[in-house]
Write a protein that binds this ligand. Structure first.
Ligand SMILES: Nc1ncnc2c1ncn2[C@@H]1O[C@H](COP(=O)(O)OP(=O)(O)OP(=O)(O)O)[C@@H](O)[C@H]1O
Length: 229
């Protein structure tokens, strides 16, 4: 579904993500891990053309998407949830959901059942929600939009453990319907629990790309790369 080929991206003259290649298949949940500052967010920004892309290619279903054109990725069904969750702050929760919903599309999960706050706070301006609440609105928007790829930065940041579990269950169901999911996380616990594959970044490149099941059997392969020092 998604292919990054030798992607190099960064800011001004600085290359942060270097010659990085990655494939994500439909229905696959891929966790992206790495210490602070290795370039995880910049990888997502390079993918969505939200920073400088020096070279490389993003392909959706084998078709190259010109860099610096985030609207083309959106049209191809790719949704980025940045760490500020990408909600419209001045609009209510209900309006945020209404704007995201794709006409005639029946999502594989009922987001209102997963996230009761969507109804409880329907009339509240999304900008006044907590970070974790915005995260729930953002995830609901991505599901309602009928995205084919959902990329989430700092997935569990600000979420209570029970909401993390509900979000994981919802994302699994969404992925089972053929949606590709890319999650950036700081710590290994959540990706080890529910991703299909985990990649670890060091200095803007991928140094480990392995099935999560293998890493569950030998987590030190992963955790050694995340220890600071
Ligand atoms: N807008 C920007 N302009 C210049 N440099 C930036 C910008 N955003 C990030 N950087 C730099 O790029 C490098 C990678 O940052 P990035 O946010 O991609 O890392 P990360 O792995 O997501 O880290 P964290 O987990 O701390 O968010 C850092 O050295 C950071 O200072």
């Amino acid at each position: 579904m998604l292919e990054l080929h030798a992607l190099t991206g960064g800011y001004k003259d600085t290359r942060i993500v270097n010659d990085l290649s990655l494939r994500v298949e439909p229905g696959e949940i891929v966790g992206v891990l790495g210490r602070n500052g290795v370039g995880k967010t910049t990888l997502l920004k390079s993918l969505f053309g939200l920073c400088r892309v020096f070279s490389g290619e993003v392909r959706i279903d084998g078709v190259a998407v010109p860099s610096g054109r985030p609207e083309l990725l959106a049209r191809a069904g790719c949704t980025l949830m940045p760490d500020d969750r990408g909600v419209f702050a001045d609009l209510t929760v209900a309006e945020n959901l209404r704007l995201a919903a794709r006409r005639g599309y029946r999502p594989p999960v009922d987001v209102r059942a997963v996230y009761p706050l969507l109804d409880e706070r329907a009339d509240q301006a999304a900008g006044t929600l907590s970070g974790g609440q915005k995260q729930q609105v953002g995830l609901a928007r991505a599901v309602l939009a009928g995205s084919r790829l959902i990329a989430v930065d700092e997935f569990s940041q600000g979420l209570q453990p029970s909401v993390v579990d509900d979000s994981i269950a919802a994302l699994r169901t969404v992925a089972a319907s053929g949606v590709a999911v890319v999650l950036v996380e700081q710590g290994p616990e959540i990706p080890l629990r529910f991703c299909d594959r985990i990649v670890v970044m060091v200095k803007g490149g991928i140094v480990l790309d392995a099935p999560a099941a293998e890493l569950r059997a030998d987590p030190s392969r992963l955790t050694d790369l995340l220890v600071v020092g």
